[in-house]
Write a protein that binds this ligand. Sequence first.
Ligand code: PLP
Length: 406
Amino acid sequence: MIQSAMPTVAVRPTIRLTNRVSAMQESPTLAVLNRATALIAQGVDVVDFGPGEPDFATPHSVAEAGKRAIDRGFTKYTNASGIKSLREAVAARYNKRYGTSLAVEHVITGCGGKQELFNLALALVHEDDEVIIPAPYWVSFPDQVAFAGGRPVFAQTRAEEQFRPTLASIEAVATERTRGVILNSPCNPTGAVIRESELARIVEWCVSRDAFLIFDETYELFVYDGNEHASAARWIEQYPETVILVNSMSKTFAMTGWRLGYAIAHPDIISALGKIQSHSTSNPSTIAQQAALEALTGGNEDAQRMHDAYCERRGWLVPALNDIPGFCCADPDGAFYVFPEVRAFFGKAGITDSQSFASYLLDEARVAVVPGGAFGADDFVRISYATSMERIREGVARMRAALGKL
Ligand SMILES: Cc1ncc(COP(=O)(O)O)c(C=O)c1O
């Protein structure tokens, strides 16, 4: 008889996930994308208003720089925080725009802005610290804070005020445990662009409370109708212990898949982020670093072309949505999203919330939108206009027909 070499184990081993990870939610925006993608893969014609990424190709010169990096063998480890020339290029770009004197030690580059935001939460948020985040918010902010052991606290913004964050709404939820504020302007999902005067007040308040201010300006170049992007960069040298900037190549240079973003902050914060990075991903891809260097040192023509296209789409989309009975869409100043209220449809055809509204549209109109519940605003949905004018017209026509039946 053949004896089994395997010992017999009485107790079945278990997988013991940490509370830290069990408390994390899978990005709900990805869940919608996944369902729409599955339908598209089956050959279903879905108008996809879900994506949070440009529908434009990475600019040719940028892609070529990435190819050149491969051809010349620039494919080995670099400094974990990124090559010096790229960090210098980031600093130079800000110095030119804001008259600052930032240098290499103020900049870290990583695998997307998301990595730097994650590292910042790990570096700055202590157990039970509260971090104030204006709502509606980008989905990763609260989970990153919670993962680091902190508590996200939401400051409500209002559709009537174009969802612009205000100091009053932040002060209303502040406590003695408040450790920081995360602002995102232009905002994903609302498109809100903060006014410089309000930003000034929030910066001063953070300084007076000894709270950090993380300012995520991932969509900085996409601001419309003559409005200006107000950046916290204006205060980074006056308040270097407070102001932290996060930015990304993803949206402005249509480089989402390259995974390259950066943070600008006090050198002590940058070296803390560098330490974390050196033990996690190490350097961002060398190929992406060379491509980003090309993008940052080249002109803004491609970004301007995208800006103009988004501006035209938004100009058509907002009135077209408001023309659908029941839709109520604010006219946001930036990013490539609109965030209409759809509460008027609740109570009809089994629609009870933003999730069931989005499911109804996917089933009945073959249109994918992202439920606002994912962003902390269940009466709303996010519609991305990072898709062609033709598809936008088609999607709106389908929504009008499907919602007209209710
Ligand atoms: C507000 C905001 N911040 C940061 C990011 C992260 O972008 P990435 O990691 O691609 O640089 C995103 C991406 O969707 C975003 O919308």
